[in-house]
Design a protein around this ligand. Structure first.
Ligand SMILES: [Zn+2]
Length: 184
């Protein structure tokens, strides 16, 4: 009797663990599906080719111009940790520029609080200011956004800009950006 009870208890524990595992897997699948809906490529270039950009610099030149982390994000496509950018909760009027080359990229009036931890915009200052690239890294299909002038990595664009005029969310690393305050 004792043995049967122990077996039954073990069976119940295994069953409970399995239920938790299935629950987690389903939730993860839903989360990935919702959070990583990639926006359709528009003015896309299918692969990153540095020859497509006006500003041409060697790795050494970029390294001497940028801080270590700016280089990692802009030139090696690293991502800053969420909620760490000075621009995440910054609402001054002006224009956001590329930290790599100074090109104007986004206007403050298109910035919104997406609650995702990164500065978010619903459109770029001009369609030609950024280029979009198919990004299949990390097991996801995403649309990468780079500066059209220097190819610097900015972030990604998603279809979940809910309530925004374009329905898009340009999710941008604040460290890739500089800011020009609007002159009064
Ligand atoms: Zn640039």
């Amino acid at each position: 009797m004792y043995q049967t009870n122990t077996k039954f208890k073990r069976f119940n524990i295994v069953l409970r663990l399995l239920k938790i595992l299935v629950f987690c897997l389903i939730n993860t699948a839903i989360f990935v599906d919702v959070s990583c809906q990639s926006a359709p490529l528009k003015n896309n270039i299918t692969e990153m080719n540095n020859e497509n950009f006006d500003v041409q610099k060697t790795d050494g030149e970029w390294k001497s111009q940028l801080s270590d982390f700016e280089y990692e994000v802009l030139r090696n496509k690293a991502t800053e940790r969420p909620y760490t950018s000075e621009y995440e909760t910054f609402w001054d009027e002006g224009i956001y520029v590329c930290k790599g080359c100074g090109a104007e990229l986004f206007e403050s009036k298109t910035k919104f609080d997406a609650g995702c931890g990164w500065p978010s915009f619903y459109q770029s200052i001009d369609k030609k200011a950024v280029k979009e690239i198919l990004d299949t890294s990390h097991g996801m299909v995403r649309t990468e956004v780079v500066c059209a002038k220097c190819g610097g990595h900015l972030g990604h664009v998603f279809n979940d800009g809910y309530g925004q005029p374009t329905g898009l969310r340009y999710c941008i690393n604040g460290i890739s950006l500089g800011f020009k305050k609007k002159e009064k």
